[in-house]
Design a protein around this ligand. Structure first.
Ligand code: ZN
Length: 156
């Protein structure tokens, strides 16, 4: 056989072999990415579940006592009304706060939305709307009121 032809055939064989390797590698990668996608999806679902449980736990805690004078005693409509009033009156702007912290209430102040006091045993949110130090008021909100405001403000 012609040497040039032999070289050419060897090259073709080499290229075919290379193609096969590339195809196998790409199949393996596709499988891997499929598995990664499933894993990501499973993790996302797990985190959504955890969040829901977390919020459910928080709202349960935030509902606090049962003396009838806390935010939990407010009907959803009444809370919505209070929230809209707070937005319309400018007490709470319809935009995201500059900072907010959640935690056990320490000051026992009144909630900026429902005007009811936040018990020291309840969870509360403190929200701040400006980054200008002393002049920026820090508002206290029940968790339930905070969540209602978060939902409402997006509609404005
Ligand atoms: Zn409140």
């Amino acid at each position: 056989m012609d040497t040039r032809l032999e070289v050419f055939l060897a090259e073709v064989k080499g290229t075919l072999m290379e193609n096969r390797l590339i195809r196998e590698r790409s199949t393996a990668l596709r499988e891997e990415s499929k598995r990664a996608r499933w894993k990501a999806l499973a993790m996302h679902e797990a985190s959504v579940r955890t969040c829901r449980q977390g919020w459910a736990g928080l709202s349960w805690l935030a509902s606090g006592g049962s003396d009838g004078d806390d935010a939990a005693a407010l009907s959803a409509e009444s809370l919505l009304e209070h929230t809209r009033d707070a937005i319309i009156s400018g007490k709470l702007p319809p935009r995201a706060s500059y900072r907010s912290w959640g935690g056990p209430s320490t000051r026992g102040e009144d909630c900026a939305i429902c005007q009811r006091s936040i018990k020291r045993t309840e969870l509360a949110y403190e929200v701040e709307f400006a980054n200008d130090g002393a002049s920026a008021p820090i508002l206290q909100l029940h968790v339930r009121c905070f969540l209602t405001w978060q939902r409402e403000r997006r509609k404005w």
